[in-house]
Design a protein around this ligand. Structure first.
Ligand SMILES: Nc1ncnc2c1ncn2[C@@H]1O[C@H](COP(=O)(O)OP(=O)(O)OC[C@H]2O[C@@H]([n+]3cccc(C(=O)O)c3)[C@H](O)[C@@H]2O)[C@@H](O)[C@H]1O
Ligand SMILES: Nc1ncnc2c1ncn2[C@@H]1O[C@H](COP(=O)(O)OP(=O)(O)OP(=O)(O)O)[C@@H](O)[C@H]1O
Ligand SMILES: NC(=O)CC[C@H](N)C(=O)O
Length: 560
């Protein structure tokens, strides 16, 4: 029996467009003789639809779209579509919806499968919308004289196998229940967002489960950027001996067919994983930028090009995401801008093939200073005046965005965002923060990798990589005047933000108490800035985005 997999890139809420993607895949599957087509979790509305689900009109529209789609699908094909279903028992106190799979055949919904394990941690908040279902189910497909029983799970349903995880989060295990029902295949329809090296974890978990239950597992993941989340696809299949038989493309849509026989799934294409961490992150960020720009209705990007490494990396990502001809880098020199910064920015733009424009902001700085002269009389020039430069740049970039319709991408990295080393309404201006979850040390690694990627072709001028990072808001300023060395800072941040380590644990790992306390204080104090920041693309286990919910007006003096 042929099973087709559609690794789709839905746009959240675009029911017509997403249904069309499913229909296109169904026609292809039908033409190639498939019996079953699988689509990702909530493929009809895109994942995560968030509070659109609280709007009854949205749920009605999904139901209508599903009915229409069912009637348009090839009549012989059996299609599993990720959608929501109403909970008929909601009036007894449950949530109004299930996160479901509709099994469509011959123009009708033949069966529904509901998600049992609802992730409600980090970026996930499914208990806000959905009722967990209590049982796992399967459907049967007959081919020749054989009937295959196919168990259906939805994303989180496979993430609680007690044999794999040392800590179980839920009281039940849908995989074990389906194995008890003696299914011939378990499918998992997912919308699993990217984080660095998560695919290795997915694959070892799935391989382990396939082996443990001696049943093939076919995992279909969504692909595409949806706001802060990047879905990397990489749908996979494992046979009952735990062997990998198929891996789809990473960070691209894909379509594949596998053959299911009495002995399991037949070998499909196995797309290799990226050969290093930087290649993987690069592909994810490029997709995240491309889809954010495209799905918000933009085609062009503007950014401030300082000759520093952060804007260099963002410019390079932007150029690959939307095409170099669609990127404008704006140089905005002040009296503190070094000659080297300008030549570096121009060299970078030339390497990338992006357009540039050079503005001089000294006049605007003088004008602001004059306007404030009476009010500021008798005070020393300091951070307020320094930040005005950053704010003038941000204002000019937003004017360009307004006038020319380019989306402004901000360039702050995770280390800066963590400690508040950035200016509110200044360099934080922008619609998308492309590298807000990329620590500074990883920024360097990505730039070095870019220069190695095509041997002999320099993308980021070496002078940009080698100079000490500086905001250039006053003479001879460097980041290290205000912050610990980045390798130290990033490790402390990683322990504190991603690994939830206490100050005492970080000190025990070898850092000075004073440095650790200072970093934690800076992180806590900068919450107000992050709350006002543009959404940032998530690549780590814990980003400063939808999965980071910190109070702003708080004291953490009692926490050690
Ligand atoms: N809890 C709170 N809730 C809401 N707002 C709060 C607040 N606490 C302060 N504020 C407000 O925030 C202001 C302080 O924040 P902000 O104005 O950003 O200014 P601030 O954080 O004092 O200065 C920006 C820092 O970023 C550095 N930097 C590094 C790299 C690049 C750039 C760049 O711009 O290119 C800048 C710069 O050298 C400086 O050290 C206060 O004056 C107050 O108005
Ligand atoms: N002279 C400038 N011309 C254009 N944009 C600038 C200029 N100075 C700063 N910016 C904008 O403000 C952002 C923040 O500056 P910042 O100095 O922190 O970053 P960077 O210069 O890219 O990298 P680095 O921190 O390594 O110097 C820059 O990335 C850039 O977008
Ligand atoms: N949509 C989901 O249920 C995703 C949860 C899952 N643990 C993941 O990150 O892949």
């Amino acid at each position: 029996m042929k099973i087709a997999i559609a690794q789709l890139n839905p746009t959240i809420g675009d029911l017509t467009g997403n249904a069309q993607q499913i229909l296109d895949a169904a026609q292809k599957a039908d033409a190639q003789g498939a019996s079953v087509l699988l689509t990702p979790e909530l493929a009809l509305c895109g994942y995560p639809p968030r509070d659109l689900l609280l709007n009854p009109g949205f749920v009605n529209a999904m139901e209508e779209q599903l009915t229409e789609l069912a009637q348009q699908l090839p009549s012989q094909l059996q299609v599993l579509v990720g959608t929501v279903q109403r909970n008929p028992h909601a009036h007894q106190g449950g949530k109004p919806l299930y996160n479901s799979i509709a099994y469509l055949v011959g123009g009708q919904v033949k069966q529904q499968f509901h998600k049992r394990l609802l992730p409600t941690y980090d970026v996930f908040d499914e208990h806000r919308y959905f009722e967990p279902h209590s049982q796992s189910h399967h459907f049967s497909v007959s081919e020749g004289n054989r009937t295959y029983r196919i168990g259906v799970t939805i994303c989180e349903d496979i993430w609680n196998d007690d044999d794999f995880w040392s800590q179980r989060h839920y009281p039940c295990n849908p995989l074990a229940d389906l194995a008890d029902a003696q299914v011939d295949l378990i499918v998992n329809l997912s919308a699993s967002p990217y984080t660095v090296e998560k695919q290795q974890l997915r694959e070892s978990m799935l391989s382990h489960a396939a082996r443990r239950y001696q049943v093939p597992i076919l995992y279909v993941n969504q692909v595409g950027g949806n706001d802060d989340l990047i879905f990397d696809g990489r749908s996979v299949a494992f046979n009952g001996d735990g062997s990998l038989v198929y891996r789809g493309r990473g960070c691209e849509t894909d379509f594949a067919q596998l053959q299911l026989t009495a002995t399991g799934l037949s070998q499909g294409e196995v797309v290799p994983l990226p050969d290093c961490r930087e290649a993987e992150i690069w592909a994810a960020l490029r997709l995240g930028v491309r889809d954010y720009v495209r799905k918000c209705g933009f085609s062009k990007i503007v950014l401030g090009l300082s000759g520093g490494i952060d804007s260099a990396l963002v410019a390079a990502i932007a150029a690959e995401a939307v095409g170099a001809e669609n990127v404008l880098g704006v140089l905005m020199s002040s009296p503190y801008t070094s000659e080297g910064s300008v030549t570096d920015a121009i060299a970078l733009a030339k390497n990338l093939g992006i357009q540039t424009h050079h503005l001089y902001i000294e006049g605007a700085m003088t004008s602001f200073d004059k306007t404030l002269a009476d009010l500021f009389a008798g005070t020393e020039a300091g951070v307020a005046e320094e930040n005005l430069q950053s704010r003038i740049r941000g204002t000019l970039l937003m004017a360009i965005s307004n006038k020319l319709g380019y989306l402004l991408i901000s360039t702050g990295n995770k280390s800066e965002m963590a400690v508040g080393y950035c200016t509110l309404y200044g360099d934080m201006d922008g619609g998308l923060a492309a590298i807000a979850d990329v620590p500074k040390t990883q920024v360097y690694a990505l730039c070095r990798w870019l220069n190695r990627r095509q041997s002999g072709v320099e993308v980021i001028p070496e002078t940009i990589i080698n100079k000490p990072p500086s905001a250039e808001l006053k003479p001879n300023q460097t980041d290290q005047d205000s912050l610990p060395p980045y390798d130290e800072l990033d490790d402390i941040l990683h322990r504190f933000v991603e690994q939830h380590q206490s100050a005492a644990e970080i000190v025990a790992a070898g850092y000075a108490r004073e440095t650790v306390d200072r970093v934690i204080k800076l992180v806590s104090r900068a919450e107000f800035k992050r709350r006002q920041a543009a959404p940032g693309l998530k690549i780590t286990d814990r980003a400063f985005g939808t999965g980071w919910r910190m109070p702003i007006a708080c004291r953490r003096g009692d926490i050690h």
